[in-house]
Design a protein around this ligand. Structure first.
Ligand code: FEO
Length: 395
């Protein structure tokens, strides 16, 4: 059945709930996702963003449940990534009278993906506005948040912000609004989204939030998940905290093991870190999802990273984690490497070599052992754990 859900007078939700997606370019989406699109009816009718290509038919049904697609005058593309633009060819075929509105980089990207030689275009920049009748839409470019094309669209009369990926959550739910969804689950999904998509863009996120600070906002319509209307201060404050990777009193021991020696070291570090007032967590990479581990990293104060030695280097699971972290660049963490080795080379040394690249301030040389940790090595691990806890307690 086609979706027809009114948000406020003459503004409709026409997006798609993707209940079954579990892998969003490597991000594990336990609760599915949604590709949100919005329709504004006025003297000129406007569609905000589209959905993944696979959902084009259903999406056009949702639009048609509100208005004849041929009566759409503008299609605003706030973001070129194909989860929001994949339906553009089908949309433009069904909406021959529409003009596509995008930033210059948005036009470049959409043209590269879809051609669009026969589409009508209107290129906009920050400060431009579009009068559509009773309402006016303001455009706010948000370059590199998180693609160069990105922008917000803002309805000044309704104090409503279309924030594309910003404030989004991979969270498929029958609820439309934040106050309908379970709060803790919603904030966890928003945090997970920030950690895995936006963590490396904290500086840009803060500048964007500062630029938007003067705008009165009563509703935020993101491109994924539920619409914010009640918990706007909470999600904005959370973004300000996440943008700084602000640490909680939390220690993580992240590792993988081959014959349990590195695991014994990890558990000794955890034991040392398990002090009153500190949340200490053991995260074995072959037993935990990378997306969830990354969410934990966002607000950790101190992190120990361990690897057994495989072929003179680190284990592939640890290598994969560190590669992901090098892109996401967590900030303001302290820690060190640890791990076992046999007759040559060492996983711990390989981990230690990249700590700087993932924003971890090195507290000490790597802790290592040959084959199996002796009692003295385990004591060293416990002391290191206590050092991590001390740092976390100051957070
Ligand atoms: Fe939801 Fe950056 O696309």
């Amino acid at each position: 059945m086609a979706q027809k859900r009114q948000i406020i007078d003459n503004i409709y939700y026409v997006g798609i709930k993707d209940w079954n997606v579990r892998d969003f370019h490597g991000y594990t989406t336990d609760h599915g996702s949604s590709y949100n699109s919005y329709l504004i009816l006025d003297e000129k009718n406007v569609l905000i963003d589209t959905v993944k290509a696979a959902f084009s038919d259903k999406f056009l049904e949702n639009v048609a449940a509100v208005i004849d697609p041929a009566k759409i005058d503008y299609v605003i593309s706030n973001h070129t990534e194909p989860d929001h633009s994949g339906s553009m060819p089908a949309v433009m075929a069904a909406m021959p009278n529409a003009t596509v509105i995008a930033t210059p980089k948005g036009k470049d990207g959409l043209s590269k993906y879809y051609g669009g030689e026969n589409w009508k275009w209107q290129v906009v920049k920050s400060g431009d506005k579009l009068e559509i009748g009773k309402r006016t839409i303001d455009f706010i470019a948000t370059p590199m948040l998180h693609w160069p094309d990105s922008m917000f669209s803002y309805l000044r009369d309704d104090k409503l912000l279309f924030s594309m990926d910003g404030f989004g959550q991979h969270f498929s739910t029958s609820y439309l609004y934040d106050d309908e969804a379970p709060y803790d689950e919603l904030m966890h999904e928003a945090k997970k989204y920030y950690a895995n998509i936006l963590m490396h863009l904290g500086g840009i996120a803060k500048k964007t939030l500062a630029a938007a600070e003067g705008l009165p906002i009563e509703i935020i319509c993101p491109s994924h998940g539920v619409i914010w209307r009640k918990h706007i201060p909470e999600i904005v404050n959370a973004y300000l905290s996440w943008a700084d990777c602000k640490p909680a009193k939390k220690v993580l021991v992240i590792y993988d093991t081959m014959w349990n020696s590195t695991e014994a070291m990890a558990k000794a570090i955890l034991e040392g870190a398990s002090q009153t007032g500190v949340s200490a967590k053991l995260l074995k990479l072959s037993a935990n999802d990378l997306t969830d581990v990354t969410t934990e990293v966002l607000d950790a104060a101190a992190i120990a990273i361990g690897s057994a030695t495989l072929n003179n280097g680190m284990m592939p699971t640890v290598s994969s984690f560190l590669t992901y972290m090098q892109g996401l660049k967590p900030a303001g963490k302290s820690g060190a490497a640890f791990g076992s080795h046999g007759w040559g080379g060492g996983g711990a040394v390989a981990v230690d070599a990249v700590l700087d690249k993932i924003g971890i301030k090195r507290l000490r040389e790597p802790i290592t052992c040959v084959y199996k940790p002796e009692a003295s090595v385990l004591d060293e691990c416990k002391n290191f754990g206590a050092q991590l806890a001390e740092i976390a307690l100051k957070a």
